[in-house]
Write a protein that binds this ligand. Structure first.
Ligand SMILES: Nc1nc2c(ncn2[C@@H]2O[C@H](COP(=O)(O)OP(=O)(O)OP(=O)(O)O)[C@@H](O)[C@H]2O)c(=O)[nH]1
Ligand SMILES: [Mg+2]
Length: 632
């Protein structure tokens, strides 16, 4: 079974709604006001069962005031029925709707000459000629042109057959893509709650599944689904779908929101695009306010040009759109822009980057990146999306939140890129993606940073890992930091000394002067032996800059050349070693001795003896049992 969505298009009163009614038996003008005034104001819907093809019709208003509503419908169609009244032929909104379909990338359609009952056959041929001329070079060049009368029913069978054949000829929408349902109507049914309707433009939706509405991020559960008025457990791409949501108020939802899977996508207010200004439009100046239409949403936006200050009619450029309100778009989506006032369609194009950085108007480099996003293959596009990301690394989900590809597809393409060395893919719940040249420059910066640290801090072993991470990797995932560090250690460029990172093979460097002070301090402590001197003793007995003494004293503590047992009890390491040797000489392993005995052996005061014994306990040289020590 094939599902297609067919949209009408054409000038007011040319019989679009009458045609839909003649085809389906359903009057798409459902509003009272529409029936009273005999015009379509908002989108209307109907469906037709053609055996192996189910057609959902989206009927749009032709009135120039309601093009905005037409746009909300045209976004989701598979093909168009361009309806032209035989007695009027091509009129302004025929052209505007046709332009819109072209700009939105509608791929195919059928031209319907309606109201043939009102004219003679020569007139039909004249209209046909005009159509031929108007469609040259467009997606409708060579399309079937079918004369009908919605009033008498003439030509309806031929039209149905053409719709059927075209529906089967077009590429079906892939159903494995991410769910997207741009909302075109929201209403509430007593006892049922809030219902949203729209054309399921991609993916599928199931009863009871969790969904998210963007913008806004509202999450809810699907309580019920209808397709063409029938309850169903599942709807697929290409179906007009009504979704009943649990626990959602009507006030929380509106046309323009997109119903999608939860926790994947984000809204955006800035878009990089390829924009075509219609030949019929006036030149468009940089930063002029326009109306942006995508899916079913309309938002005010400014067009920021890059490297030029005007777009000329008929010109196609890369530009940035800055929106007044958030929208949900993906790479490859098409959009329309309309003049702020009076509201006429002036252009449209394709979204290249749905969440870019802000560009300066002089930033010509951006143009190259946009060119690749426009015409490169998927691998090149992924490279550009990563290269232009502010953080220089993205996880797979973040990347796919710009592309919206089926999960397995994005995993496969990234794995392939990683295998050929075009991408570094680091294992994580959502694998982290970094470009190889980013890794290389991070490694270079890391070495420079560590080397600078050594220069500034010659007495320290190295920079602490956390400090290094903060300096260079603060905005990057931890996995990237680890990967770069491990890579450098493996290549023997860096060493890890406990929590510090040092250049490989580097010893702590002292200046000649520093070295002299160090020797003086060492000699002083060695001479003092068991009688640990205080820090002020040290300062009074060495001739050197007191600040330098301090610095080197603390460095020696850090390097464990000197060992501090309490605030005024510092020993040289060799003194402590000597104490151990002497104890071992005096007592056998497992022997017990008290504080008094210990004092006697070394002629220590209690002030020295207790901290020393505690130190030996900490070193697991002795163990305290009551008031005694056991030699271990
Ligand atoms: N004689 C004749 N009248 C038609 C035919 N199709 C539509 N009409 C009449 O034309 C008028 C407009 O028809 P609609 O179907 O409302 O036109 P529309 O294109 O939907 O108009 P909008 O939605 O407002 O743009 C109505 O009075 C219809 O009865 C036709 O084939 N022959
Ligand atoms: Mg109508």
């Amino acid at each position: 079974m094939r599902h297609v969505i067919v949209g009408t298009a054409g000038h007011i009163d040319h019989g679009k709604s009458a045609l839909v009614r003649a085809l389906t038996g359903t009057d798409p003008d459902r509003l009272k006001e529409e029936q009273l005034r005999g015009i379509t104001i908002d989108l209307g819907f109907a469906h037709l069962d053609l055996g192996d093809v189910q057609v959902g019709f989206v009927d749009v208003p032709g009135h120039e005031k309601f093009v905005k509503n037409m746009l909300a419908g045209a976004g989701g169609i598979d093909f168009v029925l361009l309806v032209i009244a035989a007695d009027e032929s091509i009129m302004p909104q025929t052209r505007e709707h046709f332009d819109i379909c072209r700009l939105l990338g509608v791929r195919t359609g059928i031209v319907v000459i309606n109201k043939t009952d009102l004219v003679d056959p020569e007139m039909i041929e004249l209209v046909r000629d005009e159509i031929m001329e108007a469609t040259i070079g467009s997606f409708l060049e060579g399309a079937e042109v079918i004369p009908v009368s919605s009033k008498t029913g003439a030509g309806m069978d031929q039209l149905k057959k053409a719709i059927h054949d075209l529906a089967l000829a077009i590429q079906p929408r892939p159903s494995n893509h991410m769910l997207r349902l741009p909302i075109d109507r929201a209403f509430s049914i007593r006892g049922f709650g809030t219902v949203l309707t729209g054309t399921l433009t991609s993916g599928e939706i199931k009863k009871d599944q969790e969904i998210e509405l963007i913008p806004g991020g509202l999450k809810a559960k699907v309580r019920g689904l209808q397709v063409h008025g029938d309850m169903t457990g599942q709807a697929v791409a290409g179906q007009r779908t009504a979704v009943n949501l649990q626990g959602v108020d009507l006030a929380q939802v509106e046309r323009g929101m997109v119903l999608t899977v939860p926790h994947v996508f984000r809204s955006t207010q800035i878009l990089d695009v390829r924009l075509l200004l219609l030949p019929s439009a006036k030149p468009l100046k940089n930063l002029i306010k326009v109306r942006f239409h995508q899916g079913t949403i309309e938002v005010l936006a400014r067009v920021a040009l890059i490297g030029q200050d005007t777009i000329n009619p008929g010109e196609s450029v890369y530009a940035q759109l800055r929106l007044d309100a958030p929208v949900f778009c993906l790479h490859g989506d098409t959009f329309i822009i309309r003049q702020f006032s009076p509201t006429i369609t002036i252009g449209g194009g394709t979204i290249l980057h749905p969440n870019p950085q802000k560009h300066k108007s002089t930033d010509k480099q951006t143009l190259d990146a946009l060119q690749e996003l426009d015409s490169g293959d998927l691998a090149e596009k992924i490279t550009i999306l990563l290269a232009t990301d502010a953080k220089r690394a993205m996880d797979l989900n973040a990347l796919n939140s710009l592309l919206g590809l089926p999960g397995p597809d994005i995993v496969k393409i990234c794995s392939d890129l990683a295998q050929t060395g075009k991408l570094v893919m680091l294992p994580a719940p959502a694998p982290i993606l970094v470009l190889p040249h980013v890794v290389e420059s991070l490694k270079k910066e890391t070495l420079a940073q560590v080397s600078d640290f050594h220069k500034e801090n010659p007495l320290q072993k190295g920079i602490s890992k956390e400090e290094l991470r903060k300096r260079l990797y603060d905005d990057l995932p931890l996995e990237v930091f680890r990967y770069c560090l491990d890579g450098l250690a493996e290549k023997r460029k860096l060493s890890f000394l406990e929590d510090a990172v040092a250049l490989h093979g580097r010893e702590v460097q002292l200046t000649t002067e520093g070295q002299q002070v160090r020797e003086l301090i060492e000699a002083f402590f060695q001479k003092a032996g068991y009688q640990a001197p205080t820090f002020s003793d040290l300062q009074n007995s060495i001739e050197a800059d007191p600040e330098e003494i301090r610095r080197i004293f603390f460095w020696m503590l850090k390097e464990k050349i000197l060992v501090k047992l309490s605030d005024d009890l510092v020993y040289h390491r060799t003194t402590l070693d000597a104490i151990k040797t002497q104890i071992k000489a005096k007592f056998a392993p497992g022997a017990k001795f008290g504080v008094a005995e210990f004092k006697e052996v070394f002629d220590f005061s209690r002030k020295h003896a207790i901290p020393l014994l505690e130190h030996l306990d900490r070193e697991k040289f002795t163990r305290r049992v009551g008031n005694d020590r056991i030699l271990l």
